[in-house]
Design a protein around this ligand. Structure first.
Ligand code: DSN
Length: 423
């Protein structure tokens, strides 16, 4: 592997590990819905000399010298992010989605203030105030849920009642395990009634929003969006905070990120974000995003044909949650393990109204961002879903698992991860 030639010469231990991961990614199918493959251009930027540079502050207002190129690259990333999401302000420094959310909370609230967010067992995220997180000790988190877990419809009546009662400072829309579109207009209407900020954590669906294939919360009047940059947006591992139009909010966000929470920004990652945002502005990215959803719908069709219960009754986005314990009698952990054995990577997941434990829940969560990046279309999505069902039924069948592994490998060989996504 030429791109690791210096590591190979200098540090064989690390080299072997990197080669192992390359092989794993090449020969297996990645179905974790929060993962993707980045282009070689994004990887080059992430591995660039900008890792050498301290750049505390923001373009034109730094605390160290030598910033002509850091200012330039951060400005490119900001301008491209604003264009992608149709907003006035962008902070591209958050190191990840969790850091973005924590900074956003401190920007918009005082300790003790209340956030109204999606119940974690109904698809919300750890950083939306899970009891085990530090942020839960600082702010008060209250919840809304789905009205019907088999359609995914949010209980907007309950959301309004809780908002009127608890007077949240922030109403948070967003999820990491939910497969339907949200009614953003409803969130804004309720927030206006109680004087709350509206924030959407779109980490999972950012790429689908940027491509215009899912609704943009800003079009419905949301104040702030937080996101990661490495999921459907197909950039480097990192975070970002966007502000629709309020300069006051943007200033609070900037202060909360630096110096509030972070020190020197990772300029090499900001460069990689700029490259990824450039790719997402290309027409080919829209085609990709359209295909991500088509592929998820194709997988939905197969799971339904096999009578496997899907939470929310199916999907409008890139991910699916299946109740494999209820439908096939295999636990989420067993499913994750046996699928891993044949080269299909996904994650076990709690389902709404879960009766099992977080470490061995009833569900699996999977999605199509990475397999779509490999160029797979509906035919392959259906083939994969069939392979998954066969694997889930072959937990103790060594011969069938060996056959399945070969089938997964030949699918991978037919669809190598591309190096570039723009022509
Ligand atoms: N870990 C990410 C996910 O898989 O959804 C979110 O933090």
């Amino acid at each position: 592997m030429d791109h690791y030639r210096h590591i190979k010469q200098q540090d064989h231990e690390v080299y072997e590990i990197l080669i192992g991961e390359e092989e794993r990614e090449r020969t297996g199918i990645e179905l974790i819905p929060s993962e993707n493959y980045v282009s070689s251009a994004v990887r080059e930027a992430a591995g660039s000399v900008l890792t050498n540079k301290y750049a505390e502050g923001y373009p034109g207002r730094r605390y160290y010298g030598g910033q002509q190129y850091t200012d330039a690259i951060e400005t490119v990333a900001i301008e491209r992010a604003k264009k992608l999401f149709n907003c006035q302000y962008a902070n591209v420094q958050p190191l990840g989605g969790a850091a973005a959310n924590v900074a956003m909370y401190f920007a918009l609230m005082e300790p003790g203030d209340t956030v109204l967010g999606m119940d974690l067992s109904h698809g919300g995220h750890l950083t939306h105030g899970h009891p085990t997180t530090s942020i839960n000790k600082v702010f008060n988190f209250v919840r809304y849920k789905m009205k019907d877990v088999d359609t995914g419809e949010i209980d907007y009546e309950e959301l309004r009642e809780v908002a009127l009662r608890e007077k949240p400072k922030i109403i948070l829309a967003g999820f990491s395990a939910y497969s339907r579109e949200l009614d953003y207009a409803k969130f804004v209407e309720i927030a206006k009634e109680v004087g709350a900020y509206t924030v959407a954590d779109v980490a999972h669906i950012a790429g689908l929003i940027a491509a215009g294939v899912l609704k943009n919360p800003f079009d419905y009047g949301f104040d702030v969006i937080t996101t990661t940059t490495h999921k459907t947006l197909r950039g480097p591992r990192g975070g970002m905070i966007l502000v629709r139009e309020s300069e006051d909010i943007a200033k609070c966000i900037n202060k909360a990120v630096f110096p509030g929470m972070q020190g020197g920004p990772h300029m090499h990652i900001i460069a990689a974000k700029a490259v990824a945002f450039g790719e997402a502005l290309e027409p080919s990215f829209k085609e990709y995003a359209v295909q991500v959803i088509k592929n998820a719908k194709a997988m939905e069709e197969v799971f339904k044909a096999h009578n496997v219960r899907l939470l929310c009754g199916g999907t409008d986005n890139h991910l699916l949650l299946a109740d494999v314990y209820g439908s096939l009698g295999i636990t989420g952990q067993e499913a994750e393990t046996v699928l891993d054995e044949v080269g299909i990577t996904l994650n076990k997941n709690m389902i709404a109204e879960e009766t099992r434990t977080a470490l061995d829940p009833s569900g699996i969560r999977f999605g199509t961002p990475a397999m779509t990046t490999r160029g797979m279309k509906e035919g392959e999505a259906k083939q994969l879903a069939e392979l998954m069902i066969r694997t889930l039924k072959a937990k103790d069948d060594t011969a069938e698992k060996a056959t399945l592994k070969k089938e997964v490998q030949s699918l991978c060989e037919a669809f190598p991860v591309p190096e570039s996504f723009v022509s």
